[in-house]
Every structure is written in C-alpha cells, then in structure tokens.
Design a protein around this ligand. Sequence first.
Ligand code: C2E
Ligand code: MG
Ligand code: MG
Ligand code: MG
Length: 275
Amino acid sequence: HAKQLGRDSFQLFTPQIGEALRERLALEHDLRAALTAVDQLSLAYQPQYDAQRRIRGFEALARWKHPQRGWIPPAEFIPVAESSGLIVELGLATLALLRRDLDAWKSLGLVCPLVAINLSWEQCRKVQHRERFLQQLKSLQLGPTEIEFELTESACFEDIDKPDSFVVMLQGLGYSLAIDDFGTGYSSLAYLRRIRCRKLKIDRLFVHGLSINADSRTLVESMVRVAHAMHMLVVAEGVELPADEAALIEMGCDLMQGFGFCKPVAPEQVAALLG
Ligand code: C2E
Ligand code: MG
Ligand code: MG
Ligand code: MG
C-alpha cells in the first residue's frame, strides 16, 4: 500500500522525525513517572508588584527536575503533558504542591497574597476532568482567597461560548480569573465584554522595550485603557527594563511581573520575600 502512495510518502519518516517522536515519547514516559515520584515536581513563584513595588500576588510556575537530565523547561514538558493527557494529573499535582507550600509559609507565620495557577484548556475541557479538579480544590481547601487562575485568551474564548462554560463555573464559585498572554491570540476584543475576568495579563511581546518602541507603547496604552474601561486590572508580563517599568506606571498599569523585579523563585525563597 505504501508503494502506491509513491516515493514522497516515505520521506515523511525521516530519521529526524523518528528522533523527535522518540524524544517526545521518552519525555511522556518520564513525566508519567515524575507524577508518582516525590521531589521531581515543584512550583516556582514569581511575585507581582504594584507601582510602589509592593508584592501583591504570585504566579506559580511548574518545575520539573528530571533525575538524569536536570531541569526541563515548561515550554518542553507542558506541550507533551497537554497532548498526552497527563496535564490533568499535573494540574492536580500542582494544586497539592501549592497547598504544601502555603502550609509551610503559614507555619512560619507568613501571610501569602493570592497565588495564580496556570490552567491549560486540555485539563478542563472534559466534564470528568473538571469535576476532579473542583474536588481537588475542595479537599485541599484552596478557596478564592488563596488561589486564582490564568487561562490563555484562546482557552477562555473557546470555553465562554459553551452552555456549561468552566470559566463561568469557576467565577460562580468566587474565583478570579486572569487572561494570560493577552494580545498573542486571535481573539476579538468583543469577547472581553462576555468574559468579565478580573485581570488582563499583557504578553511580554508588547511589554519588553515599550519605552523605546512607539508601536509597543501605543498598543499597551490601548490595552490598559480597554481593560480599565471593562473594570479589569492590568498585569504587565516580562518587565525587565527600569524605563519600561516607569512608562507602565505612567500609563496606569496596575501590576508588574518580570525579571526586572524578580525571577521565579523556589518556595523557600518566597518566605524571604514575604518576611
Ligand atoms: P506564562 O504563564 O505566560 O508564564 C510566564 C513565563 O514567562 C514563565 O516562564 C516566566 O518564567 C517567564 N518570565 C517571567 N518574567 C519574565 C521576563 O522578564 N523575561 C522573560 N524572558 N521571561 C519571563 P516558564 O516558567 O518557563 O513558563 C512558561 C509557560 O509554561 C507559562 O507561561 C505557562 O503557559 C506554562 N506553565 C508553567 N507552569 C504551568 C502549570 O502549572 N500549568 C500549566 N497548564 N501551564 C504551565
Ligand atoms: Mg501564566
Ligand atoms: Mg503569560
Ligand atoms: Mg506565556
């Protein structure tokens, strides 16, 4: 049969593609193991600052330390988790890690502001996955004063049109939502009116260098104005330069997050930031 397809069809299976597929399967296999192992997965926390440089919240970011290969970036393992379905288990594990870290900070007498957790659309698309997620939130007692959720605009907009929208359900339970990486998807501004999220996170693509790039500055200014008109708070992602920070404050951006303030840090270091 393959012969009938002609020579070209064989070229689909180049050694490089074989290698990429093997690599993907190896990562998936090891990630499955990591989900049952202790100490391979953890959370890093990146603070969010207001204009007075006070910490107002944190974003929790998944970290994986592979026993042989060391730290594997989320850009590598999150897509594998999403396409394999392991993101569902990873999402539940993330909540458990957050609970553990919150308890540790609490035992030191520290009060932690709201922590944002990233949610992939793949982990809440199916009803049975949503139910496990909500059950996990409940049994770990992670309520709207402890946790909020970040979803990309494509995930939000995919969901909001459904009669049993997960976003609406979470909001009904009192949780606040942030639209992540805003500006990088293909969504229409009209959707903002329908979602009514609490926060809009402007992607670092627009933020980085906005103080010297007139186009970026105009775009970010417009996004801030639109968000405020919709009664949303604006979070700028990827703030690295002092001049960008100054420009963001001048245009009324509510919160800032980026290497210029603080890189994502281990839970033990959060204690020092809060203390
Ligand atoms: P994101 O949610 O947009 O997270 C922000 C990413 O930007 C983080 O990368 C963070 O380290 C990085 N970042 C923050 N400030 C700066 C900066 O000033 N400059 C630069 N160049 N980068 C900055 P990270 O930790 O590698 O995460 C990448 C993505 O992986 C996240 O993007 C998120 O989409 C996904 N992700 C991470 N953890 C989770 C998780 O627990 N669940 C799900 N579903 N996705 C996750
Ligand atoms: Mg995020
Ligand atoms: Mg983001
Ligand atoms: Mg991102």
